[in-house]
Design a protein around this ligand. Structure first.
Ligand SMILES: *Cc1c(COP(=O)(O)O)cnc(C)c1O
Length: 392
């Protein structure tokens, strides 16, 4: 069976977890601090704050940005439901904007029509690891006094051309970026999340709120030579990451460059091999973006039924997933009113599928996926990449 995704974990991670377990400090301690530092330095951010997952990271990002009950946040429906849910945790209203069909990312041209006097923030998603058009989003944000929050759940290791150089997602280019370390993403700590920002005051707020808004953290009281009584100045949460997770995360970060390079190689292979399937829509990478290929998403030819193609692949021992969900179609979001139609979001959910892509995928596995997809799409004989070359 070829799964759709697989984390890369080995002895180094197991050894790191063991080290943390035997250290005597197993949550939000020295391993978390070291992981935050390594993460900040990887993405080039002044501050990185570790939390329990990306959904809680998004919640903190929105709350600290001042998003309150009744406010509006411009975002996409075409995302994992956590994006919209985090807005709703604040009592705010997600205002769904459609995506660009080529990139599967929020269409900047549709934002300004959605802005009202209650809009507080733009929550953009680097969907499947492909950076959104941050240049335009940040410009729109500035012009309208809106905070730009990046849902970078899938985008660790992705890059964007910025001021003449390639920069990692998470510097951040908006005001704050939120990452996920769930096993379905490119690196993992089991569960985990990270917020990166340039703003020291926001970072302090994240640290306060992630641990019950406790004025003096237990780690500080532990090291003090005087008795300290902490206070709780505001409503906080338990969004902590454990030191066991952070120790694993430090090892995962070391592997990240190699993982991303391998994913890019596999994506390039797919692009070459799938070109022979007539009518198949291939993922597009703009000249100013480099994806980490967290997912490889193809649009099926119009003649194909999504479920039938997925079943045919499953029968051939190959796992796939349908296109990214649309939150507005879920009963959980039935109270969220649509202010514009979302035809591209819906089409992407209904006519795209995600193919297996993970570093351990072999060339033979990939050939099997390509052949099975070609068969399922009604292509009898797929030219091999060699014979696909134009004949003189
Ligand atoms: C996975 C994902 C999340 C949620 O991340 P968790 O760490 O599972 O909370 C949020 N947004 C997007 C776009 C995601 O893909």
């Amino acid at each position: 069976m070829i799964p759709v995704a697989m984390p890369v974990m080995g002895e180094a991670e197991a050894e790191a977890a063991r080290r943390a377990i035997l250290s005597g400090w197993i949550t939000q301690g020295p391993e978390v601090a070291a992981f935050e530092q390594a993460f900040a330095s990887y993405v080039g951010a002044p501050h990185a704050c570790a939390v329990s997952n990306c959904t809680t990271a998004l919640h903190l990002a929105l709350r600290v940005a001042g998003v309150q009950a009744g406010d509006e946040v411009i975002t996409v429906s075409h995302s994992f439901i956590a994006t919209a849910n985090a807005v709703r945790y604040c009592g705010a209203v997600p205002v769904f904007v459609d995506i660009e069909p080529g990139s599967f990312n929020l269409d900047p041209a549709r934002i300004e029509a959605a802005i009202t006097d209650r809009t507080r923030a733009i929550l953009c998603v680097h969907q499947m690891g492909l950076p959104c058009d941050l240049q335009r989003l940040v410009e729109i944000g500035h012009r309208h006094g809106l905070v730009v929050i990046e849902d970078a759940a899938c985008a660790i290791g992705s890059e964007i051309a910025w001021q003449g150089e390639w920069q990692p997602i998470g510097r951040p280019h908006g005001d704050v970026a939120c990452f996920s370390l769930h096993p379905r993403k490119v690196i993992s700590t089991g569960e985990g999340g990270m917020l990166t920002t340039r703003r020291a005051d926001w970072d302090r707020q994240y640290r306060l709120l992630r641990q019950h808004a406790m004025s003096v953290p237990d780690s500080v009281r532990h090291g003090a030579d005087q008795v300290i009584f902490e206070t709780y100045p505001t409503l906080g949460y338990n969004y902590r990451m454990t030191d066991i997770q952070a120790a694993v995360g430090r090892e995962q970060l070391k592997r990240l460059p190699e993982i991303v390079a391998r994913r890019r190689h596999l994506a390039a292979q797919y692009a070459r091999q799938l070109a022979g399937i007539d009518g198949l829509g291939m993922p597009q990478e703009p000249a100013w973006a480099r994806s980490n290929w967290q997912s490889y998403c193809v649009r099926l030819p119009a003649r194909c039924d999504q479920r039938a193609v997925m079943q045919s692949l499953l029968d051939a021992g190959i796992s796939t997933r349908r296109g990214i969900m649309c939150s507005h179609r879920e009963p959980a979001c039935r109270d969220v009113a649509l202010t514009q139609p979302l035809p591209h979001s819906e089409a992407a959910q209904d006519h795209a599928i995600l193919l297996p892509l993970y570093p351990q995928l072999t060339a033979q596995d990939q050939q099997r996926v390509v052949s099975a997809l070609a068969r399922a799409c009604g292509v009898c004989a797929l030219p091999t990449p060699e014979s696909a070359q134009p004949v003189e």
